[in-house]
Design a protein around this ligand. Sequence first.
Ligand code: AHR
Length: 522
Amino acid sequence: MNTIKKTIFAVSILTSSLALAAPAANDVSISIDAKKPGPVINKNIYGQFAEHLGTGIYEGMWVGPESPIPNTKGWRNDVIGALKNMHVPLVRWPGGCFADEYHWRDGIGARESRPVKMNTNWGNVEERNAVGTHEFFDLADLLGADTYVNGNLGSGTAQEMADWMEYLTGDGKSTLAELRRKNGHDKPFKVTFFGVGNEAWGCGGNMTVQHYTSLFNQYSSFLKAPKDYMPKIIATGGHDDDTTWTDYLTKNIHGQWNMRFDGISFHYYTLPTGVWEKKGAATGFKEEEWISTLKNTLRMESLINNNVAKMEKNDPKNTVAFNIDEWGTWYDVEPGTNAGFLYQQNSLRDALVAALNFNIFHAHAERVKMTNIAQMVNVLQAMILTEKDKMLLTPTYYAFQMYVPFQNATFLPLTIKNNPTYSLGKNSIPEVSASAARALDGKLYLSLVNTNPNKEVEVSVDVAGENIKTLTGRVLTAKAMDAHNTFANPLAVQPAAFNAVADKGKLKLKIPAKSVIVVAVE
Ligand code: AHR
């Protein structure tokens, strides 16, 4: 048993013996109301993002069919196996900023004859277009995941985008549908979401919202597909504190002429310092940057509230979703790596960032129907890091895996009484974050986060109308705030079992310092 597991085991024993104590008036208590089910937590809230960026696709996932690294149709078997074990529901591709310079015809046909471009956004390295439309859909098939294709509005044309849609989804005998067949895919591809541009306010063309809205109306008018293959169409929204994009888009796009407008894409990254020029390090940080990172990530709550408030006014029937299709931590680039590759380590702090965001997304499941963490492998807040033929799973991977029961579960409201405050310097945040849902297996699941890195927190849990007896699940924690997995020690941070037993339907447990817990409540 490794040290973490021993600690957790001890915590679990302690928890079980404490279960007999009656809660005092000022105890931290969580009450779940299982009789008032809320909306379904769309599985695509757990979506991933794979951009042509650094080693995120090439090396990290795609090695090509000729590689000595075991692969299926060019995709690494080890990485695919691990991603399947965390039930990736959705992948967004090919960008990001890359999407607005991507010309889909470069990525079809014989791989050896595809054009070579420079990836001007990310390190100015050669882009050989080995991964294109067919390879991306192979990846989605291997993962059993839905697909989110991001179109090129910034440097492409309405015709080019319409042609891609026809190539992807045409079911007749048109030249483009026949070309897809010739290239090996008889049936139309199943595109779940199609994005009309990316970050149009920035790398996607430096546009005003007025200009973008006109272009969105124009481009999306020509995105046609057979009924069963029509994807949900996503417009580029705003970022950070800016709600003007959400407001303007939902006031000025009305689905004229059969065009669709199914969602807005919003971006918010968590920076420890909040300053782009000096974001903060992925590891080796002080407690000041632990709390500021968690505080900055908790801003997601007010950002969603502010945008959703605009949408409630402009779209009261809730026809347009608010999708956060880029989120996660963004640190100073790892010393010694290519600055354009956005490679960073991933520590226990990242797992807490992920879990806090999940709990926020669940609470907004009515409007937030899809999100994509940036990014899946080797880039920003990654699930997996690779080094040649080796790979490791990050603490963020484990957070996603622990939360799998929440995919397509039904949200259950809960209240936290006497939630303590964790403070350091000028920063203060609530110590406990929690979320509950009834999963597809019929069980009630509870997630808990303790943001305090120094102190465990004792909590009582009760479920109105239910006599709960046990909590069974897993906990993720470690001794150090920046504990992380390395190629020399790939299992330093991993979840351990966590169990507790109730007394007369009341349950008391201790959430270890700096931890994430997901348990089935039975
Ligand atoms: O995820 C990295 C980049 O961040 C994306 O390409 C872009 O959309 C955002 O600015």
